[in-house]
Write a protein that binds this ligand. Structure first.
Ligand code: 9D3
Length: 248
């Protein structure tokens, strides 16, 4: 998977290129992350990368010429036909299905804005899709771009080990995770649920599925809305709900 990132802060990309699962994927050549910095394309002696908005108002926009030269350079380095995604609070909300689509592209250019944003004509002529990571404000598009790189990279065969397989991931299955416990057996008198100490793998599997269904029902009922439940799952969720009523 090939990623080009247009950013004024290429150093931020070290968080994905040097660390953890994505760092290993870079070193193994399973993913490539290339930065294109508009500042490298600025032509004045101050290397200006911001400009004033027509119509006035507070804040600055990305200066057009350095930005479009950086995008053109990324496009020239990318496989032909590579799509361009701009990170923006005005964009389509990122979810697992969009991550799957980006993975199917094989290559993408991510444009991370700073300041108050980007000239609308650049978005119209250069950008295929605007994407947001949620209804909260961050200081620029880099962290959202890195979320996409991380999430898409996890779908690339060989990036994950056997243990943390992409298919086993919560949102791939459409349920929240069951509660997890490690040593010690007791923390301040609160013990690990008995079933997990029993060694009965059928009961453990059932308990975990029940807890995953129950938590999803309590915390993210929207996720159950778009999901068919099997007879076993309906039964387990009803048991969870019945137990819950006893406790409340
Ligand atoms: C005057 C209002 N501006 C500042 C509060 C609007 C604004 C401009 C630029 C708000 C955020 C940003 C920078 N954010 C992004 O580039 C961004 C983002 C985000 O802030 N939240 C969620 N997803 C994304 S994707 C890119």
């Amino acid at each position: 998977m090939w990623f080009g990132v247009v950013t004024l802060f290429p150093e931020m990309l070290a968080a994905v290129t040097a660390c953890g699962v994505t760092g290993r994927a870079c070193r193994n050549g399973l993913i490539e992350v290339h930065a294109y910095n508009p500042r490298d394309f600025a032509r004045d002696k101050f290397r200006t990368v911001d400009d004033k908005p027509y119509g006035g108002g507070p804040g600055m926009l990305m200066k057009v010429q350095p930005l479009s030269d950086a995008i053109a350079t990324a496009r020239a380095a990318a496989p032909s036909g590579t799509r361009i995604v701009c990170l923006s609070p005005q964009g389509r909300r990122l979810d697992h299905s969009l991550v799957t689509e980006f993975h199917s592209w094989g290559a993408m250019i991510l444009v991370a804005g700073r300041y108050e944003g980007i000239d609308e004509r650049i978005l119209e002529s250069e950008v295929d899709l605007e994407v947001s990571v949620g209804d909260f404000v961050v200081s620029g598009g880099e962290l959202p771009a890195m979320c996409i790189i991380d999430a898409v990279s996890r779908m690339v065969p060989g990036v994950l080990g056997n243990i943390e397989n992409a298919q086993g991931d919560t949102f791939a299955q459409g349920l929240l995770h069951y509660p997890q416990y490690t040593r010690p057996e007791s923390i301040g008198g609160r013990r690990v649920p008995e079933v997990l100490m029993s060694g009965d793998h059928a009961r453990i599997r059932e308990w975990r599925l029940m807890m995953a269904l129950g938590r999803t029902w309590e915390r993210r009922p929207d996720l159950l809305g778009g999901r068919e439940l099997s007879a076993e799952e309906r039964d387990l969720l009803q048991r969870y709900q019945a137990q819950r009523q006893v406790k409340l």
